[in-house]
Design a protein around this ligand. Structure first.
Ligand code: MG
Length: 131
């Protein structure tokens, strides 16, 4: 699947710390053959990719449409429709399908949300395959 991760409060905290599990979970998804992209309502976030050395994890970065989500993909230069999105905002999840993620826990070392998301994605894939 083409899986799009939101940036703020999804893979990083409000004060720009990398959330636990980003490399492990996205690495596993890539190993399973998924195409993983990063998008954000604040624009393509290459500075985050560089800062946390995530070049091996995200194939590309895009602007995320915040309204008229499907209609605006083309004008934002996104060449395909996401199959599955991970976002802390329900609207984006409702628009494309996916899973809402809780913002990072205050005690970041105890944050397990990305592993929960991983389980949701693998269950979704099993359902698609009819397993
Ligand atoms: Mg966000």
């Amino acid at each position: 699947m083409k899986i799009f991760f939101d940036c703020d409060e999804t893979i990083i905290t409000w004060d720009v710390r990398l959330r636990p599990g980003v490399k492990e979970v996205i690495g596993s998804l890539r190993d399973s053959g998924h195409e993983i992209y990063l998008w954000s309502g604040n624009g393509p976030r290459w500075e985050i990719v560089r800062r946390f050395d995530l070049h091996d994890f995200f194939l590309d970065c895009y602007w995320k449409p915040l309204y008229r989500h499907h209609e605006r993909l083309e004008e934002l230069g996104i060449p395909f429709t996401p199959d599955f999105v991970i976002d802390d905002h329900q609207e984006v999840v409702d628009a494309f399908g996916g899973v809402r993620i809780e913002p990072p826990a205050h005690e970041l070392s105890k944050d397990r949300e990305l592993w929960r998301v991983y389980d949701v994605i693998t269950d979704h894939v099993k359902t698609l395959k009819g397993d």
